[in-house]
Design a protein around this ligand. Structure first.
Ligand SMILES: [Cu+2]
Length: 426
């Protein structure tokens, strides 16, 4: 907490004395803390115009307090522990107890006042990625404001002018702070709840970490060679399924704050890109796709009608992005006869295993001894055996009997008899 005097000074420095609304000087609103990596279907909006809330994959939406017609949020930048998947927890930096921070949701035209408290060991700021706002609210350290020092609380106040999908992230020591997991989504809903209405509205941000097997903290000077590819700081099988009822219109809002592009591919459907962080795509400018390439720093909204029941893989199409931390220097052994050498090695190292001489698939079935806090490279199992995936992979589960607004996992799909691939016995 800062003293009232300190708070007045910092708020004044950011907003400019004449622009400070009196209510901005009131007490800082409570900062809710997330303590779970489970998807939390959000409650209906507590005040203001109605909207249908988004569902943050393995995350949650920030509650707000309304004062004098302004929605007040409070983000606390701080060290957090995030479970990446069962068996691995990362020591990250995030907001309000988790990485990513809570999704900020509001309605087009809303005025927001966002309090930002810095509990990190170094300075930070928040940049509102994609928003059109006054220069002084853009959150670029050195350019639009001095950085927020540890212990300080600063206030950003602006109008959420356009409906769409945006992000927030620091613009101070960017490379370190984004590599540590500091980010969150912003969703601005249209003023009329019927505009662009969908039945299920999901949002997630793609992120990447370089966490040495056996350790907890990302290496922050990695430029490209990340080893953990995540959606909302979760890796398969830790990523929740996307659940829909047969016939639902489904939107997925996908952001990318990694250092490379991700072609996100959905099985069983085609979809249209209906929005970018620049705005809504007019219907006349859309075309059908089964893969959307989301570039660095971009957001893409895609929409589909869930008319095909089943469990449909949804994943990044870069194959090394659907694997967890792995040695990148592993040589290719396909076709090499290892058995004679392996026998000798097993006399020295009883657990010695040969890897890769028949391809890589059997690695999904092996149970290697892993360092602590390390996820298997290829993992997850389905109704027919190992799925052999990790990283940026989940499943769109479409069911006839999924109740509206029920986001719970319906389990594995049971296809009608005679509709699955079969072994030729003739
Ligand atoms: Cu990828």
């Amino acid at each position: 907490m800062v003293s009232r005097r300190g708070f007045l000074t910092t708020a004044g420095a950011l907003l400019g004395a004449s622009a400070v609304a009196r209510s901005a000087l009131a007490q800082v609103p409570e900062a809710p803390v997330g303590n779970s990596a489970a998807t939390q279907p959000p409650p209906a909006p507590s005040s203001g115009r109605p909207f249908k809330p988004v569902v943050t994959l393995n995350g949650w939406s920030a509650p707000w307090r309304e004062r004098d017609g302004v929605k007040e949020f409070h983000l606390v930048a701080e060290p957090v522990e995030r479970e990446i998947a069962a068996g691995m927890t990362a020591h990250l930096w995030g907001y309000n107890g988790q990485s990513p921070g809570p999704t900020i949701e509001c309605v087009e035209g809303d005025r927001v006042r966002i309090f930002v408290t810095n509990r990190l060991p170094e300075y930070t700021t928040i940049h509102w990625h994609g928003m059109r706002l006054p220069h002084g609210m853009d959150g670029v350290a050195g350019l639009t404001q001095p950085p927020i020092q540890p212990g300080e609380t600063w206030v950003y106040e602006f109008e959420m002018g356009r409906a769409g999908t945006y992000m927030y992230h620091p613009h101070a020591d960017d490379m370190v702070q984004i590599a540590m997991g500091m980010m969150g989504a912003i969703v601005v809903h249209p003023r009329d709840v019927a505009t662009y209405a969908v039945d299920r509205d999901y949002v997630f941000i793609m992120n990447a970490y370089d966490i040495e097997p056996g350790s907890f903290t990302p290496r922050v000077n990695t430029m490209l060679d990340f080893n953990l590819w995540t959606w909302n700081s979760r890796a398969f099988p830790g990523i929740a399924p996307l659940v829909a009822r047969l016939g639902d219109r489904v939107r997925m809002r996908i952001g990318n704050l990694t250092m490379t592009n991700h072609p996100v591919h959905l099985h069983g459907y085609s979809f249209e890109v209906t929005g970018t962080d620049g705005g809504r795509v007019p219907e006349s400018a859309r075309w059908p796709e089964v893969t959307v390439d989301v570039g660095v720093g971009q957001m893409r909204d895609i929409e589909l009608v869930a008319d095909a029941p089943g469990d449909w893989a949804c994943h990044c199409h870069k194959t090394h992005h659907t694997m967890n931390a792995m040695g990148h220097d592993v040589p290719t052994y396909i076709g090499v006869d290892f058995e004679s050498a392996a026998e000798k090695l097993r006399r020295l190292i009883p657990q010695y295993m040969v890897m890769g001489e028949r391809g890589g698939a059997h690695m999904a079935e092996m149970h290697m001894q892993l360092p602590e806090n390390t996820l298997p490279m290829m993992t997850g199992s389905g109704p027919h055996g190992p799925i052999g995936m990790g990283g940026m992979f989940t499943v769109l589960k479409v069911r006839e009997d999924q109740a509206p607004d029920d986001y719970s996992d319906p389990g594995w799909y049971e296809p009608p008899p005679g509709t699955t691939a079969y072994r030729n016995e003739s």
